[in-house]
Design a protein around this ligand. Structure first.
Ligand code: NDP
Length: 333
C-alpha cells in the first residue's frame, strides 16, 4: 500500500480530493513501467484539476499530477529496467491516466524520458514541464534566428509572467546562455530580487505593457520574447519586437483573446510561434532534457524551489490559480 492524493466526483459533479492508501491494483494494468515516484511538480493545470475546474479530468477516481520523476521498480519494456531514473511530463498524464501525486505510478514506456546522466530526480522535477517548455521556446526562437551575435549591448530578450515557473526558468536559462534578459512581472516589489538572482537585467512592471497602444508599431525594443501571459500584453509586445524577432507563445495566464494588429507581421516580419510541450515527440524531449542538463545553471534551482508534501497540495493548488506562487513548488513523495 502507498499514499496517493485521489480525486473523486460526487453525484452533483463536485470534485473533492483526499489523501488515502491505495495499492498497485488501483493503478490498473495499462503502462509497462511501474515507477517509485520521488518528486512531482505543481503546475497551473494541476491547480485546475485539483479544484475541479476546466473539466480536464473526465473519469474518477483519478490520481492527478501532470509530471513526476522517480526510479523504475518493474518494467515490461526492454528500454527500462529496475533502478533506472526517469522523467514523465505531458501526454495528459494526471488527466486521462493516473499521475504523479502518489508514491507509485504506472506509465507507458513511450511516455518516459531517461534521466540525463548528470541530472538528479530532484533537479529534473524542479525544472519539470516549465523547464522543458522553456527549452522548447528557446529552441523555437533559435530556429527563427535568435543568436547571441544578433544582440548588442542594448538588445534584450523579454520574458513575461517572469516570477512564475516557466518565466523564472526562462530568465535563468537565457541569462546563463549570455542573453540580456528583461523580465515582466506584476510583483516587482515581492519578486524583483528573486528575478535579479535568476539573471534578469531589467525589470518591467506588468502595467507598463498591459494597455493597448494607439500605434500598432512602436519603437523596436526586444530581440525576441518568451511569453507566458498572452492576451493584450502579447498583442502589445508584437508591435515592439525588432525586425524579424519572434515570440514563443507558451501560456495564457492573462487570457485567451489576442487583440493583435497585422502590421508587425507585414512590416517587421515578426513571428508568432506556438509552443506545445504536451504532445512533443519523445526524441525532441530527450534532446531538450539533455540540453537542460548541459546548459541550465543548476545552482539556481534551490532559489526557484519551494518544497511541499501531499498534505499541503490542496492549499498550494489554490495559490497557483491566483498567480501567487513564485518559482516552482515541488511535492516530495
Ligand atoms: P505560473 O502560475 O507559475 O506563472 C504564471 C505567471 O503569469 C504568474 O506567476 C504571473 O507572473 C503571471 N500572471 C498570472 N496571472 C496574470 C494575469 N492575469 N496577467 C498577466 N500576468 C499574469 O504558471 P507556469 O509558469 O507554470 O505556466 C505559465 C503559463 O504557461 C500558464 O498559462 C500555463 O498553463 C502555460 N504552460 C504552457 C505549456 C505549454 O506546453 N504550452 C507548458 C507549461 C505551462 P508575474 O507575477 O511575474 O507577473
Amino acid at each position: 500500500m502507498f499514499d496517493a492524493l485521489v480525486l473523486e466526483q460526487d453525484d452533483a459533479g463536485k470534485t473533492r480530493s483526499e489523501i488515502r492508501q491505495v495499492d498497485n491494483d488501483f493503478l490498473g494494468e495499462e503502462g509497462e513501467v511501474l515507477v517509485a515516484v520521488e518528486y512531482a511538480g505543481v503546475n497551473y493545470k494541476d491547480g485546475l484539476c485539483i479544484n475541479g475546474l476546466g473539466r480536464l479530468i473526465r473519469e474518477f477516481p483519478r490520481i492527478p499530477g501532470v509530471e513526476f520523476s522517480g526510479e523504475v521498480l518493474e518494467s515490461r519494456d526492454a528500454r527500462y529496467k529496475q533502478g533506472d531514473k526517469v522523467i514523465a511530463t505531458g501526454w495528459r498524464i494526471g488527466e486521462i491516466s493516473h499521475g504523479g501525486y502518489a508514491q507509485r505510478a504506472r506509465i507507458k514506456a513511450d511516455q518516459l524520458v531517461p534521466m540525463p546522466a548528470s541530472m538528479t530526480t530532484r533537479q529534473a522535477m524542479i525544472l519539470g514541464t516549465p523547464g522543458l517548455t522553456a527549452m522548447f521556446g528557446l529552441q523555437a526562437l533559435e530556429a527563427h534566428g535568435l543568436t547571441l551575435s544578433k544582440g548588442d549591448d542594448a538588445a534584450e530578450v523579454l520574458v513575461t509572467g517572469a516570477a512564475g515557473g516557466v518565466g523564472s526558468i526562462s530568465v535563468a536559462l537565457l541569462s546563463a546562455l549570455g542573453y540580456r534578459v528583461a523580465a515582466v512581472t506584476g510583483r516587482i516589489d515581492a519578486s524583483g530580487d528573486f528575478l535579479r538572482q535568476m539573471g534578469a537585467h531589467t525589470l518591467i512592471a506588468r502595467d507598463d505593457l498591459s494597455e493597448a497602444s494607439a500605434r500598432p508599431l512602436e519603437s523596436e525594443r526586444w530581440l525576441s520574447c518568451i511569453d507566458n501571459v498572452g492576451g493584450q500584453m502579447l498583442a502589445r509586445i508584437l508591435g515592439q519586437l525588432s525586425y524579424g524577432g519572434s515570440v514563443a507563445a507558451i501560456g495564457n495566464a492573462g487570457g485567451n483573446d489576442l487583440p493583435a494588429n497585422v502590421l508587425p507581421f507585414l512590416l517587421r516580419g515578426v513571428n508568432l510561434l506556438g509552443i506545445d510541450s504536451v504532445f512533443q515527440p519523445c526524441e525532441h524531449r530527450v534532446a531538450a532534457w539533455e540540453r537542460l542538463a548541459a546548459q541550465f545553471p543548476m545552482e539556481k534551482l534551490e532559489t526557484i524551489v519551494t518544497e511541499i508534501n501531499l498534505g499541503s497540495l490542496e492549499e498550494t493548488s489554490k495559490a497557483i490559480l491566483k498567480g501567487e506562487i513564485q518559482g516552482r513548488c515541488l511535492v516530495c513523495l
